[in-house]
Design a protein around this ligand. Structure first.
Ligand code: ATP
Length: 271
C-alpha cells in the first residue's frame, strides 16, 4: 500500500494537515507512526483506512479488508457488546463463532451482556479491537491502541500485530508516547510539520535474558503484569491455559503465528 503524493486538510482554507506524503508499506511490515499530539498521526491513519480521502494524491494498493481501531471506540450504539460483535461478524460474512473467539481472547466474556454505552473506556477499546480483528484484516490500523487498555490487553497487542504480519498483513500503529517504539521489527515513521519521514528505530535493548513461564490466578493477572513491569521485567504475553486449544491463525492461542513469534525467541538462543 502506498501514499502517493497525498495532501490533506480539514477545511478549504485551513492549513494543510499533511503535505505531499509519499510512503509505502510492504506486506508483512509493521509501521509505528510517531509524532507529538496534533501532529497528524490519526489523520494519516484515517487516510490509510479510507475513512478520510485526500484532496490531492491517492492511497494506492490498499488491501481489500481493513481493520481500523480508532483512538476512541464509538460506544454510543444501541447494542450489548456481544450482540454488536456477533452482528459485526455476520456483516463481514463470518460465522458468529469468529466473534466468540475474540471475545474470549480479549477477556470480554464477562461483558457480552453489557450495553456498549455502559462499558469502561478500556473495555470499549477491546470491543473496538475485536471488531477490527474479526474481519481478518490485510491491513490493521491501530490508533493509540495502548490508551485505556488494561495491563493484560496491552500485552496482547504485540502478539496480535505479529500474527497479522506473519500472514502477510500490514499493520499501522500510532504512538504518541513512544510506548511501542520497541515493537520488534517495526519500521518507524515520524509525522511533523505536516510531512511524514522515516525515523530511526530506537536502539534495541541489551539482551541477556531467559524466559520464565508462570501461572497466576485469572483475577490476579492484571496486578501480576503491572508488578512484573514495575520490577523492570518484560511481559511477553498472557494466555489462557484452561481454554480450548486453537486451530487457526487468528484464533485464540493462534498456533502458526504464535509459534512463529516464539521461534524468533528460540532462534536467539534465549530459552
Ligand atoms: N475533524 C477535524 N476537523 C478539524 N481539524 C481536525 C480534525 N481532526 C483533527 N484535526 C486537527 O488536525 C491536526 C492533526 O490532528 P490528528 O488527530 O491527526 O493528530 P495526532 O497526531 O493524531 O494527535 P493525537 O496524538 O493528539 O491524537 C490537529 O491540529 C487537529 O486539531
Amino acid at each position: 500500500m502506498r501514499f502517493d503524493g497525498v495532501w490533506f486538510r480539514y477545511a478549504r482554507r485551513a492549513d494543510w494537515t499533511l503535505r505531499a506524503v509519499d510512503a509505502a508499506v510492504e506486506p508483512g511490515q509493521t509501521i509505528v507512526v510517531l509524532g507529538r499530539n496534533g501532529a497528524g498521526k490519526s489523520t494519516l491513519l484515517q487516510l490509510a483506512a479510507g475513512v478520510l480521502r485526500p484532496q490531492r494524491g491517492a492511497v494506492r494498493e490498499r488491501p481489500p479488508v481493513v481493520g481500523w481501531v480508532p483512538e476512541r471506540f464509538p460506544a454510543d450504539q444501541p447494542f450489548t457488546a456481544g450482540d454488536y460483535l456477533h452482528r459485526m461478524a455476520a456483516l463481514r460474512g463470518h460465522d458468529p463463532g469468529q466473534a466468540d473467539e475474540w471475545i474470549e481472547r480479549l477477556l470480554l466474556t464477562g461483558h457480552t451482556g453489557t450495553r456498549l454505552s455502559d462499558l469502561s473506556k478500556g473495555t470499549a477499546q477491546k470491543v473496538g479491537l475485536a471488531q477490527a480483528l474479526i474481519a481478518r484484516p490485510g491491513l490493521l490500523i491501530l490508533d493509540e491502541p495502548w490508551e485505556g487498555l488494561d495491563a493484560v490487553a496491552r500485552t496482547l497487542i504485540p502478539e496480535i500485530v505479529a500474527e497479522v504480519t506473519a500472514t502477510g498483513g500490514m499493520v499501522l500503529v500510532s504512538d504518541h508516547r513512544g510506548e511501542i517504539a520497541q515493537l520488534p521489527g517495526a519500521i518507524h515513521w515520524s509525522v511533523a510539520d505536516a510531512t511524514v519521514a522515516a525515523a530511526p528505530a530506537p536502539p534495541a535493548p541489551a539482551r541477556d535474558e531467559v524466559v520464565i513461564e508462570i501461572a497466576v490466578a485469572r483475577a490476579a493477572a492484571d496486578e501480576a503484569v503491572v508488578r512484573l513491569r514495575a520490577q523492570g521485567h518484560a511481559v511477553l504475553g498472557v494466555r489462557d491455559v484452561t481454554g480450548p486449544r486453537p486451530d487457526a491463525r487468528y484464533h485464540p492461542g493462534a498456533t502458526n503465528a504464535r509459534n512463529a513469534a516464539a521461534g524468533s525467541w528460540n532462534s536467539e538462543g534465549e530459552q
